[in-house]
Design a protein around this ligand. Structure first.
Ligand code: ATP
Ligand code: MG
Length: 452
């Protein structure tokens, strides 16, 4: 399905060149020469993207932008502005434009904005009634963030706007909300995406190792330092260092990190010569850093230094409208990962998912769906099947659970495993942790077949 773009500009040459530009990229293009015609055309064709000149003969571009935001809220808007017009550019971004470009339009720049926009749009999966929605993962990029809710669109916009600048960013949010994914998305959408992305997980590295890991060390700096080694910041070069769980960083290293952020240079452990580094820093945490500042476990100056651009990941319960798309996407991901047959969800099953609070957020949703895919046989999961799989034995009254013979239970379990792996004996053996001859013998004993 081609994306639809509407270009609103009074300069025929711009309309023409934009038309060619988008057609070459397989977009369906509409054009309008002024604001009024643009708005009415937008309502009719429901574009995915509007390219809007901020100066129009009949209306102020910002007015047009506001109209578009309220009348075609699903359309993203790229503004075309003049260099000297930074003030209205900022206004446009604040009023909800996705990005802006200066006249004369640079094709490479347009392409790079479009790349970010496409990354965001293809993150939103195909509609439920589109048959490709149920196809296996294939070329789908599992790094893509799913979400069409207002809250997630805000997140995408921040990623898009901030990824192009080498600013330090802080990603905050509950566990499982997608902070790792956001950090990677920022890097991927930055002009330095061919440079390294280095992860420093502050919660798993031993505090005694963090410093030398990060900054490197000189030969003889400590026992066992038999040669000079570069640290991760140095090795990252112009890439990104992602400090996961920054709240766990010990205080003395917080000071060293702060100094690095302020000066853009550091010294290796045991060294004296400062080393310059241009690495971009992204930090993430599920802790309340401000509360940690109050109790003295996180440096206030580092906190302010990090939070220049902050992205708050909304908990899943505050964006329930994303659950259907997320669930479909995750089921495909699960199928690709586990070699289980892809599952779909009935309307009722989706309703069941949307009712829940998901304190563990997207990660919990993913785990629950994995369990459901493992525990049920149907291709389309019903509300009851899903609820049973999610709640396990919790809601199953003891009386309904009859005690059956061990042989019956074994038979059922083997059949379930075989069906889950589409009768692949290899995978079934692996899952059941038994040998192939044993599995064959059991199949014979229980008389199992594809239609048992
Ligand atoms: N918007 C999303 N679209 C698709 N998958 C997502 C999305 N958000 C999260 N996920 C998936 O949910 C899981 C958890 O995401 P992630 O690891 O990024 O969370 P986190 O906030 O870093 O969690 P933690 O605080 O526990 O480190 C991952 O498997 C990720 O792929
Ligand atoms: Mg994480």
């Amino acid at each position: 399905m081609a994306y639809i773009v509407l270009v609103i500009d009074d300069q025929p040459s711009i309309l023409q060149s934009m038309e060619v530009f988008f057609q070459l990229r397989s977009w369906k293009v509409h054009t309008a020469p002024d604001g009024k015609k643009g708005i009415s055309l937008a309502r009719r064709v429901q574009p995915d993207l509007v390219v809007l000149d901020i100066r129009l003969p009949d209306m102020d571009g910002l007015e047009v932008l506001k109209e578009l935001r309220s009348r075609v809220p699903n359309a993203e808007v790229i503004m075309i502005t003049a260099h000297q017009d930074m003030e209205s550019t900022i206004k446009a971004i604040k009023a909800g434009a996705f990005d802006y470009l200066h006249k004369p339009i640079d094709i490479d720049e347009m392409d790079s904005v479009l790349k970010r926009l496409r990354a965001m749009m293809s993150a939103a999966p195909v509609a439920a009634d589109d048959e490709s929605a149920n196809q296996p993962l294939g070329g789908l990029d599992t790094l893509h963030l799913i979400g069409k809710s207002k809250a997630m669109k805000e997140v995408f916009k921040k990623i898009a706007l901030a990824s192009g600048a080498r600013v330090t960013m802080l990603v905050q949010g509950e566990s499982g909300t997608g902070k790792d994914m956001v950090a990677q998305a920022i890097h991927r959408n930055s002009p330095w995406n061919n440079k390294p992305f280095t992860v420093m997980d502050c919660s798993t590295l031993a505090p005694s190792l963090v410093e030398s890991e990060l900054f490197g060390y000189e030969k003889g700096a400590f026992t066992g330092a038999d040669r000079t080694r570069a640290g991760r910041i140095e090795l990252t070069g112009d890439g990104t260092v992602f400090f996961d769980e920054i709240g766990e960083l010990p205080l003395h290293l917080q000071s060293r990190l702060l100094r690095f952020l302020q000066e853009g240079q550091f010294v290796r452990v045991g060294g004296v010569a400062p080393i310059q580094s241009n690495a971009r820093i992204i930090a993430a945490t599920n802790r309340d850093l401000l509360a940690m500042v109050a109790e003295g476990t996180f440096r206030e100056d580092l906190y302010f230094r990090l939070k220049v651009v902050t992205i708050h990941m909304p908990p899943l319960r505050d964006r329930r409208s994303d659950i259907p798309d997320l669930a479909r996407f995750l089921l495909e991901k699960i199928a690709a990962r586990t070699a289980l047959r892809p599952r779909m969800l009935s309307e009722g099953a989706i309703g069941e998912l949307m009712k829940r609070d998901w304190p563990g957020n997207v990660r919990e949703l993913e785990n629950s769906l994995t369990r459901a895919a493992l525990m049920t046989k149907s291709t389309v999961l019903s509300e009851e099947e899903l609820a049973a799989a999610l709640d396990g034995d919790r809601y199953q009254p003891a009386t309904e659970r009859s005690v059956k013979s061990l042989a019956d239970a074994e038979r059922d379990h083997i059949l379930f495993a075989l069906e889950s792996y589409e009768w692949s004996l290899g995978k079934t053996c692996q899952a059941l942790q038994i040998s192939r001859p044993t599995l064959r013998a059991k199949i014979r004993t229980y008389g199992l077949g594809k239609n048992s």
